[in-house]
Design a protein around this ligand. Sequence first.
Ligand SMILES: [Zn+2]
Length: 339
Amino acid sequence: MEHVRDLTLLPKAHLHLHFTGSMRPSTLLELADKYGVRLPDALTAGEPPKLRATDERGWFRFQRLYDAARSCLREPDDIRRLVREAAEEDVRDGSGWLEIQVDPTSYAPLLGGMIPAVEIILDAVDAASRETGLGMRVLIAANRMKHPLDARTLARLAVRYADRGIVGFGLSNDERRGMARDFDRAFAIAREGGLLAAPHGGELTGPASVRDCLDDLHAARIGHGVRAAEDPRLLKRLADRQITCEVCPASNVALGVYERPEDVPLRTLFEAGVPMALGADDPLLFGSRLAAQYEIARRHHAFTDAELAELARQSVRGSAAPDEVKAKLLDGIDHWLNG
Ligand SMILES: [Zn+2]
């Protein structure tokens, strides 16, 4: 019998992880206790909540849980702890590069404003990176439920801190609200400032939302993008241009985008030549971290070790890591497969 290679030892890059959503459940309980926050039962049950984000009520419920968790992050120390633990968890799962995304707007009121919030977050990322040895960068994500002018402000802020570890600009929250093109100016500011455009698309809505990300926001990567699988021409376009889709299988199942892990169209994207970077999205709410996403590919989609290695390479190539970091990770992947 061929021995089973350990997926936590496969070097990979993690390109889709939200800030609060990266928190350890035990940390959330401790922080809630520290601040006397009464958490919704769904966050204290010890297992991931059942969510149906494919309808608006389900998405609202998901956002409420997320907001409750975020309300437990109040002091710079909490931010530093969150980031350090996210890095530790990533290292444990074989990540060699982490891009974490955050909308600083939500943390600004408690941290003394937008600029202090961004600086606290970037300092925390620096410190965590030094302590754990994990390469880390930040994507600033605008919220599509808010006004496009807010997104422009965020884009300018992100560009201003580009040399302090911000590598990309995203757009998150309910794809059914607003149009991608409402945010085209914000994305133009980000791109002109040298940031990678990585909006969410093709999760709650179909292929059209992925096309909007490409046409209107000139996305270099797509957050999720899985539903491009419904449109062969779009798949070809993503493959031709090597646009990486940050696919988060456990999240898709938890939010009801697909019924079962085997329904997530990993094979369709892979066979079409669309590069993927598997990601955990919000492990706090979905109950699984980075290596578990590769386990899903192995267990439910029969990805061979050579194919899993190729998925890991795709995640590295799609990252904003410096060339020498990429080369080292790609070497490690070969070693995992052949060593
Ligand atoms: Zn996401």
